[in-house]
Design a protein around this ligand. Structure first.
Ligand code: ADE
Length: 223
């Protein structure tokens, strides 16, 4: 899978792209990530990417031209789905991440300021995605979240494929609690059933824990 990320802050991506599972996924050839500086697509000498909003109001709006041109150039080389990160988009879910993991090429546009000229959304963008009902200073962190949650779903990226099976949001449940050695830590014992070696009982316990945890912390998922 290939990601093209278009941003005014390309340097923000280095720590995410060059560490941990995302780094490994690139080394294994499972994913390719290209980060493009939006200012390279501007046509004026000041490399301006924003302007005042028509109709007045505070802040600046990202202009259409550099975003149009950046997408056009990348799409001239390969077909791709175009995503804009913005707080007014569809809230990101695990289900959406799974759908996006089926794509071959994704272009992510990182929104900024008071927003993006709506003609970009109308003409260039296939999906607007929000990572939650709060406002960040820009779309770079959401783009990194998207990159991370989609990349880890690509076949062969995680060590054990099973680690995708029991995790949170699978079957609309939160994951059960996990424990590791020592069995007694500061007087707090690991639940006995986990030490029993009785696989059926363990599975039953875990399922019940998942259901209880979901009812308590995320009753909306049960509905
Ligand atoms: N840009 C600013 N806030 C955002 C959010 N919550 N999700 C996606 N993009 C954003």
């Amino acid at each position: 899978m290939r990601f093209d990320i278009i941003t005014i802050f390309p340097d923000m991506f280095a720590p995410v792209v060059n560490e941990s599972m995302i780094k490994l996924a690139q080394e294994k050839g499972k994913v390719r990530i290209d980060v493009h500086d939006l200012r390279d697509y501007t046509t004026d000498k000041h490399r301006k990417v924003d302007d005042r909003p028509f109709g007045g109001g505070p802040g600046m709006v990202m202009t259409a031209q550099p975003l149009f041109d950046a997408v056009k150039k990348i799409k001239g080389r390969r077909k791709a789905k175009v995503i804009l990160t913005c707080p007014t988009g569809q809230p990101l879910t695990q289900k959406m991440a799974k759908e996006l993991a089926k794509e071959k090429n994704l272009i992510i546009l990182c929104g900024h300021y008071e927003g993006v000229d709506d003609r970009v959304r109308q003409e260039v963008v296939d999906e607007c995605i929000s990572i939650g009902d709060y406002v960040l200073t820009g779309g770079e962190l959401p783009a990194m979240v998207l990159l991370d949650c989609v990349t880890r779903l690509l076949p062969g990226v995680l060590g054990k494929e099973e680690s995708l099976v029991d995790e949170s949001f699978e079957g609309n449940l939160l994951e059960y609690p996990q424990f590791t050695r020592p069995a007694n830590f500061r007087g707090i014992e690991v639940p006995n059933v986990l030490l029993s070696g009785h696989h059926e009982a363990i599975e039953k316990w875990r399922k019940a824990q998942s259901v209880n945890k979901t009812k308590k912390y995320r009753p909306d998922l049960i509905k």
